[in-house]
Design a protein around this ligand. Structure first.
Ligand SMILES: C[S@@+](CC[C@H](N)C(=O)[O-])C[C@H]1O[C@@H](n2cnc3c(N)ncnc32)[C@H](O)[C@@H]1O
Length: 251
């Protein structure tokens, strides 16, 4: 209890310094993907494949109904699919996106917070491209391999990481427990893969914020100084998270 109160006070102080930053350094990338980036590409009647949607599909029941969408859930884990809200998926496919070959018949693929968990992102891009019809769109959100928390995540043993996250972010327990590899998860690598698999980059969004260090204000301040310096050196390669809208033009 005392510990939680202390962490809350540190988070409050940490968000205080963010108030002086511009939007790219202040607005959470995943929130932006959910609220702004992806919704504008949704059109009535589309067939959407939510790759790695599992128990948390991107589209809710109200939006599905309003836009008359057909939603297919594709996930490597059958249990994840089984725990999705009832009726949200019109079809489920239990498959590894790295092995899966689609039928080039979907309008949109959504892939939110999944590719960092995939061992071979090159193969995953091949899978994503195979699902879309020509002109179809892949909407991707991913944390970057270059983010400091990602680098730490790659060296901390899974079990210890889960325990630490459970203490510091109990409210995000639903996200814990998926091993992360961050294979090729940088904006530059994704652009190269997009070209390789016949996509055109339609829109990108880069966000230089994560809350992992906000549990202890001095650490957050140090991380902030580091992230600003890294941004000056590397621009979008220094982003903590990024979103891409990729249009399939061939392959
Ligand atoms: C962190 S969860 C994200 C779930 C949801 N997209 C969201 O944003 O809340 C990662 C999901 O990706 C799935 N996943 C991991 N590797 C996968 C793969 N190779 N192919 C398909 N799904 C995968 C997991 O089973 C899990 O449901």
């Amino acid at each position: 209890m005392l510990m939680q109160k202390f962490i809350e006070s540190q988070r409050y102080l940490s968000s205080g310094i963010d108030a002086f930053m511009n939007d790219d350094f202040r607005i959470d990338g995943n929130r932006y993907f959910i609220d702004v980036f992806a919704p504008k590409f949704l059109q009535p009647g589309q067939t959407i494949v939510d790759v790695g949607g599992g128990k948390r599909p991107f589209i809710d029941g109200a939006t599905k109904k309003k836009l008359q969408l057909t939603i297919i859930g594709l996930d490597i884990d059958q249990q994840e699919l089984a725990n999705a809200p009832e009726g949200i998926y019109d079809e489920v496919i239990c498959a590894d996106i790295c092995q899966y070959r689609g039928q080039a018949n979907a309008d949109v693929v959504i892939c939110q917070a999944v590719l960092e968990h995939v061992k071979d992102v090159t193969l995953a891009f091949r899978g994503l491209a195979s699902i879309l019809k020509p002109g179809g769109l892949a909407l991707i959100f991913v944390p970057s391999r270059n983010a400091l928390y990602a680098r730490l995540s790659m060296i901390i043993p899974e079990k210890l990481k889960s325990q630490v996250l459970q203490v510091l972010f109990p409210q995000r327990a639903i996200f814990h427990g998926f091993p992360s590899f961050y294979d090729r998860c940088t904006p530059r690598d994704f652009k190269a893969l997009a070209t390789q698999y016949g996509f055109q980059v339609e829109e990108c969004s880069y966000h230089y914020i994560s809350r992992y260090f906000s549990f202890f204000f001095p650490l957050y301040l140090l991380w902030r100084l580091w992230s600003l310096w890294f941004y000056c050196l590397a621009k979008e390669q220094a982003a903590d998270t990024f979103s891409m809208a990729l249009r399939k033009i061939g392959y």
